[in-house]
Design a protein around this ligand. Structure first.
Ligand code: GTP
Ligand code: MG
Length: 253
């Protein structure tokens, strides 16, 4: 499963972008799993229409390996969905059996209506990284991400963009500049031009995240990367490996 990491400063608009991308990806027939970086993310995600089935939280402990921790959280959450699906299927089968008996006894069938449907498994992960205060220097986000999106508020100081060793900017796949609606025009324009000058070959996309303005451009860039041949090849390989690892008796379950 490809991991899209949304990283950036505190209050820059990361959660808002996660919500927008979740909706956009769903609209394109993907099923994202949203991973927040703290309990405070849960309520805003639900508010943004992220289904509770596809929402989880990873709280990395200081000093612990964030990447491994998030992998564990994703695995656990997918297992939970699978386990719930299994229970639902059991319930359906049990009810069918019961209805057979009821029909013999001429008692009439009970409805399956109250049993929920199974949930599709997520096929892509949206991870909001912990907000950072000092520059853009978090190597972990790059390690974690197949697609790294760095969020920069339009009003940011130019010195921060120009700092040495800003791995989140240097290595971002997509740079999103937020809050262009509430930032004076000359300031936004300086930020965007500076980014374009330093990162000539990166998509740099100014948005009004809260109103969804230009978020479709971010979505296009994400989908382009999800469809890149190298990604597809990775997926095919991962699937073959899973096939090989599944013991025979567990197949066709
Ligand atoms: N005007 C305006 N407000 C925005 C924009 N993007 C986000 N906001 C607002 O900025 C505030 C912070 O947005 P969040 O999406 O919570 O930012 P965050 O980076 O997730 O914040 P933390 O997780 O606390 O670091 C919220 O009040 C948003 O409504 C934007 O493009 N324009
Ligand atoms: Mg947030």
């Amino acid at each position: 499963m490809k991991r899209i990491v949304i990283a950036g400063r505190n209050d820059s608009g990361k959660s808002t972008i996660v919500g927008e991308l979740y909706r956009g990806l769903k609209g394109k027939e993907y099923q994202p799993l949203a991973v927040g970086s703290g309990i405070q993310d849960e309520k805003p995600y639900l508010h943004k229409g992220i289904d509770v089935t596809y929402l989880t939280i990873a709280v990395p402990e200081p000093g612990k390996d964030v990447v491994a921790d998030i992998e564990r959280v994703i695995r656990n959450h997918v297992n939970q969905i699978q386990e719930k699906n299994r229970l639902i299927q059991h319930a359906r089968r049990a009810l069918e059996e019961l209805n057979k008996v009821r029909s013999v006894l001429e008692l009439g069938n009970l409805s399956q209506r109250d049993i929920p449907h199974t949930s599709a498994l997520p096929d892509v992960v949206l991870i909001e990284a912990v907000g950072i205060n000092d520059g853009y220097k978090s190597a972990e986000c790059r390690k974690l991400a197949d697609i790294l999106i760095s969020i920069i508020p339009a009003g940011i100081k130019s010195e921060i963009i120009m700092e040495q060793g800003s791995i989140l900017l240097d290595e971002a796949d997509i740079v999103v500049v937020t809050k262009i609606d509430e930032t004076p025009r000359d300031v936004s324009s300086t930020t965007i031009k500076l980014l374009q000058r330093i990162y000539r070959h990166k998509p740099i996309i100014p948005v009004v995240a809260t109103q969804g303005v230009h978020v479709n451009l971010v979505l296009e860039e994400v989908i382009k990367r999800l469809n890149e041949p190298v990604f597809l090849m990775d997926n095919a390989q991962a699937q073959t490996q899973v096939e090989i690892r599944v013991p025979k008796e567990k197949r066709n379950v």
